[in-house]
Design a protein around this ligand. Structure first.
Ligand code: TA6
Length: 288
């Protein structure tokens, strides 16, 4: 087992039994855990409050598959690989199954800031033939802030889709209503476009792309409210697999759907975001 290292007064680097590098943060505001595999926040909990993020008790933490829970980084595509990229490629892209570089950790008055990056390599170029530099800046404080920046380091424009696939912890689906999604959405389960009437409640499997969300989504969960404030997204994706979907997933308990809801800042437009050479674009989400 590799030794644990103190990186700052509030952040340590350790490795789990499978050798995956994990950052553990515990500062004046909150605790958090972050996997360098996938640059994935796995846990975030303000002191004295319930955890804000959900992590499956059956999550695979050995680097063999994406980790179920926290905030997976879906990039450079969202969902099945687009035809242009080619079939047989991993769903939601390859950022969440790559080992990222830890570029820095620093403690500040408003929290602990973590800088991570991923650059193109032989493996990524096989899947997506473009040079790039991807950065994730995570601030763990009274809020959890994630900023994903895509930089085009090549000589031709690139187009990308993405999602910060946030798994929120909820008390029970019956107590939840989601406000701020706007009306138009694409129902990925029926393939139909539809209109949201009022707040969204959880009574069945939901897999929807909301095209005109407000900047701030409010998740009312009994006496608890979680806010998701996103930036530079073109949609919010809401997903619960419900009972049937949970039962079909090996890395989710059959009742796991009862304590999670995904509210994802996403770029889902077919054309994606086009970035010219040497330009960059940032997608962000804040959980508060
Ligand atoms: O965010 C919604 C979604 O695209 C669903 O369709 C479902 O596939 C979910 O993501 C989880 O995907 P994963 O590849 O992590 O099992």
């Amino acid at each position: 087992m590799q030794p644990t290292r103190s990186l700052t007064a509030h952040c340590i680097l350790s490795h789990n039994a499978a050798g995956l590098p994990l950052l553990s943060i515990d500062n004046g505001d909150a605790k958090a855990e972050l996997s360098l595999f996938g640059a994935q926040v796995l846990h975030y909990q303000r002191h004295g409050e319930p955890a804000s993020l959900w992590l499956s008790d059956k999550a695979v933490l050995d680097g063999s598959k994406p980790i179920r829970g926290g905030v997976p980084i879906c990039w450079p595509w969202f969902g099945p690989a687009p035809a242009l990229v080619g079939s047989g490629k991993p769903s939601h892209g390859f950022a969440r199954t790559s080992l990222w570089t830890l570029d820095g950790v620093s403690d500040h008055g408003d929290g602990t800031l973590v800088h991570l990056s991923l650059r193109d390599n032989n493996a990524t170029r096989t899947l997506w033939p473009h040079p790039f530099e991807l950065e994730l800046d995570v601030l763990v404080g009274k809020e959890l802030s994630l900023v994903l920046t895509t930089r085009n380091t090549g000589k031709t424009p690139i187009a990308y889709n993405a999602a910060l696939h946030t798994y929120l912890q909820i008390g029970a689906p019956e107590a939840v209503s989601v406000i701020g999604l706007g009306e138009p959405y694409a129902d990925m389960l029926t393939g139909q476009d539809a209109q949201q009437q009022g707040a969204l409640t959880l009574t069945e499997a939901i897999d929807r792309v909301y095209h005109q969300p407000e900047a701030m989504i409010r998740v009312e969960d009994g006496d608890r409210t979680t806010q998701v404030v996103s930036g530079n997204h073109d949609s919010i994706v809401v997903w619960t697999p419900w009972q049937e979907g949970a039962t079909a997933m090996a890395d989710m308990s059959n009742d796991g759907y009862r304590t999670m809801l995904c509210v994802e800042a996403a770029i889902t437009a077919e054309a994606g975001v086009v970035i010219a050479p040497d330009e960059e674009h940032s997608l962000s989400t804040v959980i508060l």
